[in-house]
Design a protein around this ligand. Structure first.
Ligand code: TRP
Length: 331
């Protein structure tokens, strides 16, 4: 069995793109691997967030992941700040992380440009903390997107350096978890390729959005005058609506609208209404679970406590090894 570690951003709510793109795969992944999922709240401090907002955000992120099917009895889910072992490993890894390589990191250069008034050391060593998150459990696989590849590469470098220095294979060199064909690309509502909040609020359908909001967003999705030639190829933004329909509706429904597109009788209003209703039906049970979990403080605290305890079994072992190797032990 392989060990998988995944850090979840502590801000930003989940949208359908996250759900079909990553979360659904997490659910299967947790069955087949030793999975550690954690909410990266310490990483969030690089931007000096409002503490109350951060805390609320961690709570809702946790509720959403649980509502989507991350099972705390199968996987280990915890809050990064609860696993103090990570921070000692981070400190140790910092001693072999060099200023030059850290300053060259793309994410550091981006952030330094975006927040010139707050170019702090935490920002510089962000990749070291991420490496500590991963190496503390000796992970083999890390499910990350393209934007995190460089950080993962640095994690391998730090692991190799440590192993080489001590002449021991302490850390495996983690690779990206490749979902391959299972990776579904979910288009947004604005005609652009991808559902995501960076393309604007109205582009993404959030799991926690109120039904009216979702309905409105879908009804406002970009369309055109409709096909004039039978059997023509739909433009991308129409194709996107079919793709979304394919995710939430039955095959018959999709077939029906494809057929009406082909014979030019399609009415986009109907298509969008159908898409809105089927999306809402799909989201409703998840949304209910989100609300239930978010309101259940006792449950949330229990999950976090158990998660931290389970994570500690692996992290304390790793840290002990690291301390021994550095000679931090009784004389
Ligand atoms: N940097 C990741 C992101 O922005 C979050 C993260 C922190 C992470 N630590 C990690 C991801 C460890 C995977 C493994 O999305």
């Amino acid at each position: 069995m392989e060990t998988v570690v995944s850090g979840i951003r502590s801000t930003g709510r989940l949208h359908l793109g996250n759900y079909f793109g990553a979360l659904k795969n997490f659910i299967t992944m947790q069955q087949e691997n030793r999975c550690y999922f954690f909410i990266a709240d310490y990483h969030a401090l690089t931007t000096h967030p409002d503490p109350k907002a951060l805390s609320a955000s961690v709570r809702s992120v946790l509720a959403e992941y649980l509502a989507c099917g991350i099972d705390p009895n199968t996987a280990t889910i915890y809050r990064q700040s609860d696993l103090v072992e990570t921070f000692e490993l981070y400190l140790a890894l910092n001693m072999q992380a060099y200023l030059g390589e850290l300053m060259k990191t793309t994410s550091f250069k981006d952030k330094a440009r975006k927040q010139p008034e707050n170019v702090n050391a935490g920002l510089l060593t962000y990749p070291v903390l991420m490496a500590a998150d991963i190496l503390i459990h000796k992970a083999h696989k890390v499910p990350v997107g393209k934007d995190q590849e460089q950080h993962l590469e640095m994690t391998r470098t730090f692991a190799r350096r440590f192993n080489h220095f001590h002449g021991m294979d302490v850390f495996p060199e983690p690779v990206a978890y490749n979902f391959g064909k299972q990776l579904v690309k979910v288009p947004g509502l604005d005609g652009s390729g991808k559902m995501g909040k960076s393309e604007g609020e109205n582009n993404a359908i959030y799991l926690a959005d109120a039904p009216e909001v979702t309905r409105k967003k879908i009804m406002r999705a970009l369309t055109d005058q409709g096909p004039t030639e039978p059997n023509s190829k739909p433009p991308v933004f129409i194709q996107n609506l079919f793709t979304l329909l394919g995710l939430v509706s039955t095959p018959d429904v999709v077939k029906h609208y494809k057929k009406t597109y082909a014979d030019c009788s399609i009415r986009y209003g109907d298509l969008k209404k159908q898409l809105a209703e089927d999306t809402l039906a799909f989201i409703a049970p998840i949304r209910e679970r989100i609300v239930d979990i978010e309101n259940d403080t006792a449950l949330i605290n229990r999950v976090l406590k158990d998660g931290a305890e389970k994570a500690r079994e692996s992290s304390s072992k790793t840290l002990q090894e690291v301390r021994d190797l550095w000679g931090f032990k009784p004389f």
